[in-house]
Design a protein around this ligand. Structure first.
Ligand code: PLP
Length: 395
């Protein structure tokens, strides 16, 4: 049976790098060398200098390419390094149509850096295809999709966007950080470049910062390789190894976290202090059916709105289990405050235009027992109730 026929969770373990061909080691060796001796002046070996190629990084690049169903993978020093390098496929004078509630770092790159190099953009709510069509210009060369989006979990129809892009010879990028290839394979839906903050679910333990890109064809692979080598924001070998190790347990982590996320979303949805829950796994999510049709699961990240910012503050100071931190996709549950964390790079007016309120909080569900999380949230919400009551009585 070739590994192509294995199911996803088997592929996570049994791929071309499962055994080191030299020693039989069942863990990819960490090759620290920055340079490689050349035995022959006329013909150099496969590796010459580690920015251009390193066997440990290459193992990770091969693994992610196989899992995403692409021709070639690339490992970078962060998700932003992957995204920024992939943007260098574009040239001055090009225009990008981009999801309006993208990750704040992507927003900063597009608005503050690419604009200085003559690359224009238009942000759109990609759940509305008419808005996407209206944003297209004669110089549109790329569509940039983040789905589900961060932090409002809006779902974009990847196939519809890639069809539009193909009609006009533009490329489609998809940031697949939230779902990973376990649940969503954008290249199979027509995308050209898949991007990851591998800092998140792929590595999964809050102990490495890394980025990955996978391309659909060899020509894009050749171009992105040249950019990776030119720009040089490669992933170090220790970190590549950590991501490789994290990927082995991706299936069990994500399945468990997603199960708990569904439970938590249902609990929060019925709580009177929560104004709105944003989670594509809920039946009342506006793109619930689309999400089911283009991916295998809604993932383990959700956001919710309190009735006001004060309620959110009381909740945060009383909740005990999740860490309160920037990031997501780890074994421990993480609460983040988009207004001051992931989307701090977005001015308040821009955030509000997109519905990212100061009373919004994002939850990445980890591997704790979901009932412990629900109990913890219940007691913190009870404190919110008490505090608000005291305040109301004082008025
Ligand atoms: C969806 C998404 N894309 C990209 C990034 C950037 O990745 P990194 O922090 O690894 O640079 C993040 C980081 O939070 C993210 O959430």
């Amino acid at each position: 049976m070739s590994s192509e026929n294995y199911r996803f969770e088997t592929k996570l373990l049994h791929n071309q790098h499962k055994v080191d061909p030299v020693t039989g080691a069942v863990s990819v060796p960490i090759q620290h060398a920055s340079t490689f001796h050349q035995f022959d002046l006329e013909s150099f070996g496969k590796y010459d200098y580690a920015r251009s190629g390193n066997p440990t990084r290459e193992a990770l690049e091969d693994v992610i390419a196989e899992l995403e169903g692409g021709t070639r993978g690339f490992a970078f020093s962060s998700g932003m390094a992957a995204i920024s390098t992939a943007f260098l496929l574009l040239s001055s004078g090009d225009h990008i149509v981009i999801t309006e509630d993208v990750y704040g770092g992507t927003y900063r790159m597009v608005t503050e850096v690419l604009t200085r190099f003559g690359i224009e953009h238009t942000f759109v709510d990609m759940t509305d295809l008419n808005l996407v069509k209206a944003a297209i210009k004669p110089n549109t060369k790329a569509f940039y999709v983040e789905t589900p989006s961060n932090p409002l979990l809006k779902v974009t129809d990847i196939k519809a966007i890639t069809s539009l892009a193909k009609e006009m010879n533009a490329i489609t990028y998809v940031d697949n950080t939230f779902l990973t290839p376990e649940y969503q394979r954008p290249l199979e839906l027509g995308a050209d470049v898949v991007l990851h903050s591998a800092t998140k679910f792929l590595s999964g333990h809050s102990d490495v910062v890394a980025g990955l890109a996978v391309v659909i064809d060899e020509e894009l692979g050749r171009r992105l390789y040249s950019l990776q080598n030119s720009f040089g924001a490669i992933l170090g070998v220790q970190d590549a190894w950590l991501v490789l190790r994290g990927i082995k347990t991706l299936h069990v982590r994500l399945e468990q976290s997603q199960k708990s996320a569904i439970k938590l979303a249902e609990f929060l949805e019925t709580h009177p202090l929560i104004e709105k829950v944003y989670y594509p796994g809920l039946k009342n999510h506006p793109q619930h059916e689309l999400q089911k049709s283009q991916s295998k699961g809604p993932g383990a990240v959700l956001s919710f709105d309190f009735t006001n910012e004060q309620a959110l503050q009381v909740f945060l100071s009383n909740v005990k289990i999740p860490v309160f931190a920037v990031s997501l996709g780890a074994v421990e549950s993480i609460l983040s405050y988009p207004a001051k964390m992931s989307h701090a790079a977005m001015p308040q007016a821009e955030r509000e235009k997109r519905g990212i309120k100061n009373s919004l909080i994002r939850l990445s569900v980890g591997l704790e027992n979901p009932d412990d999380l629900i109990n913890d949230f219940s007691q913190a919400l009870h404190q919110v109730n008490e505090k608000l009551l005291v305040l109301q009585q004082g008025e």
